[in-house]
Design a protein around this ligand. Structure first.
Ligand code: HEM
Length: 542
């Protein structure tokens, strides 16, 4: 019976088609085919639900909607579309994750699936194309990250001896910084601390990585470390450089930024590569590594699976990532000290009470200075100065909160949204360090672990411990030694420029000594004597 009806239907179709001229029937067939393909895609998409999102414009997608503060735009869009939504930058789909649930769901529960990096042309320019931070997720990358992490730990906070070395370098830089800031503030003047802060932290990292520091007036060093804003603008989430590649074809600000970015990466890499060649020549077999670069050379010799060129590339990442983020952090810390003078006084009272006035704060004081630590966490939460992580990419087809996300999709992780979530933090737009203290005045570790600025999972920052130690030491020494005063002629609005790190717009400050430079001078002299004794001891034993 069924066969009878289907042969009838076929005959009717043949009759109908034969009555249509051949061209029209070919067109009809083509249209039916296109409709079938479209229907199939629609059904597939419905089965694999795509994240919702705003309407993308031809050619540019949603690029024009991001504005000057994309992290705030993302948080606003999340209120309309939910914590997981989709944008288009140019023609490229980008999924934005907001809020702790979506971000943890991706970076912790499906770590490997979300651990990739987009294959952006700009990412290939970093660290000679062998970057740990901007490279894709692979077996070689895992080895590179493991070795880098253990080197950073071994030369910073891993055990008492390297911690002491870090403290020595930092004390020397804190003294130079205080002297400069105080000199520039003589007679009640106000000065922009930006450049001095960059050189101070870059010098701590240069000493750890390469075993040497530079003068605050060294033009070459300044040119090298003074271009962080250019770097962050190009690789920050929402940058147009990779989203709209056709902008490279004619003169415009995006093309100019890309060319400057290419040059600064070449300069940075060749600076570190030069150090690498010197170190390789001078590292004696069997001698203890003098700094991170030596240690990494040794690790590579023991693990030749890591190509040799990955050594300068990885140290370029470590030096670059640290001086940009830490100098930005210090700028925000100084801003908060001057905008909230009562907080500054409370910090000074705490360090004076716990440390006293006869010595400088040191690493061992950290557990006993909860208000200083609360200030640091509140500064990181409030500023969220790495608002969106380095862009991620999916390594496989996956899904998050019910939405299908294909392999190789670009993922933006909006850390700012976690740190300003009103369901997590009461009055998130208020700067209030005491929110991190419990009723006995101790640090509430459950709350501090809720601050998201070093990211999570397989791409989590490898410099977190080192950063927290440096920021603690700089902050506690600075408030122990100095008073910081805002310029009353400047707007107290905290304006910033967006990039991988958000930086405060230039501001000025007046810095005076609370007493004299004696403690800093004596500490540095003592350290110098210790260092000379250690070096003499080492050379006597070689
Ligand atoms: C307060 C200071 C710092 C902050 C807020 C910070 C934050 C971050 C963030 C958000 C990422 C991206 C993670 C992701 O894509 O999911 C990152 C990556 C990275 N950071 Fe940091 N960082 C800081 C300091 C440092 C320091 C001192 C070092 C070096 C010792 C460092 C080395 C790196 C490296 C190598 C990566 C790439 C990790 C990877 O892709 O697997 N960072 N950091």
């Amino acid at each position: 019976m069924e066969a009878f009806f289907s042969s009838m239907a076929l005959r009717r179709l043949e009759e109908a088609l034969s009555s249509i001229p051949p061209l029209q029937s070919a067109l009809l067939l083509l249209l039916s085919l296109l409709a079938a393909i479209h229907l199939r895609q629609l059904l597939l998409r419905q089965r694999r639900l795509e994240p919702p999102g705003p309407f993308p414009w031809p050619l540019i997608g949603n690029a024009a909607q991001l504005g000057s503060a994309p992290h705030l735009t993302f948080a606003r869009l999340a209120r309309t579309y939910g914590d997981v939504f989709q944008l288009r930058l140019g023609s490229r789909p980008v999924v934005v994750l907001n809020g702790e649930r979506a971000i943890r769901g991706a970076l912790i529960r499906q770590g490997a699936a979300f651990a990739g990096r987009p294959r952006f042309p700009s990412f290939q320019l970093v660290s000679g194309g062998r970057s740990l931070a901007f490279g894709g997720y692979s077996e070689l990358w895992k080895l590179q990250r493991r070795l880098a992490h253990s080197t950073v730990r071994a030369f910073s906070t891993g055990s008492p001896a390297p911690r002491r070395l870090l403290e020595q370098h930092l004390l020397g830089e804190a003294r130079a910084l205080v002297a400069l800031l105080v000199r520039g503030s003589a007679g009640g003047a106000f000065l922009d601390p930006g450049r001095s802060l960059v050189v101070a932290v870059a010098n701590v990292m240069s000493a750890l990585c390469f075993g040497r520091r530079y003068s605050h007036s060294d033009a070459e060093f300044l040119r090298l470390v003074g271009r962080n804003e250019q770097f962050g603008r190009t690789v920050g989430a929402g940058s147009l450089v990779d989203a709209l590649p056709w902008l490279q074809r004619f003169p415009n600000p995006v093309r100019a930024a890309y060319r400057a970015f290419r040059q600064l990466n070449r300069d940075f890499y060749s600076f570190v590569r030069g150090k690498f060649l010197q170190h390789r020549r001078s590292l004696r077999p069997g001698a203890a590594p003098r700094d991170m670069l030596d240690a990494f050379i040794r690790l590579q010799q023991a693990q030749p699976r890591l190509p040799l060129e990955h050594v300068p590339a990885t140290v370029t990442d470590i030096f670059g990532a640290s001086q940009d983020t830490l100098s930005t952090a210090l700028q925000w810390l100084i801003i908060f000290l001057i905008r909230y003078p009562k907080v500054q006084v409370k910090m000074q009272e705490e360090v004076d009470r716990i440390v006293g006035r006869d010595r400088l704060p040191c690493a061992e004081d950290q557990p006993h200075l909860p208000y200083v630590m609360a200030f640091l966490y509140e500064s990181m939460r409030f500023s969220s100065f790495v608002p969106v992580t380095i862009p991620h990419a999916t390594t496989v087809d996956t899904s998050i909160m019910g939405y299908f996300i294909p392999k190789d999709t670009v993922i933006f992780i909006n850390q700012w949204s976690v740190n300003h979530d009103p369901e997590k933090w009461s009055n998130p737009e208020d700067f209030e360090p005491t929110r991190f203290l419990d009723e006995n005045g101790f640090i509430n570790k459950d709350l501090t672990s809720n601050v998201m600025i070093f990211s999570l999972g397989k791409r989590r920052c490898i410099g977190e411990e080192l950063s927290k130690m440096q920021l603690f030491l700089f902050t506690s020494i600075l408030v122990h030694q100095c008073n910081f005063i805002a310029n009353p002629n400047e707007d107290s609005k905290m304006e910033f420029t967006y990039g991988l790190t958000i930086k405060p717009k230039p501001f000025t400050v007046n810095v005076t000594l609370r007493e004299t430079m004696d403690l800093l001078d004596k500490a540095v002299q003592r350290l110098q004597a210790e260092k000379t004794a250690t070096e003499n001891h080492l050379s006597a034993n070689l």
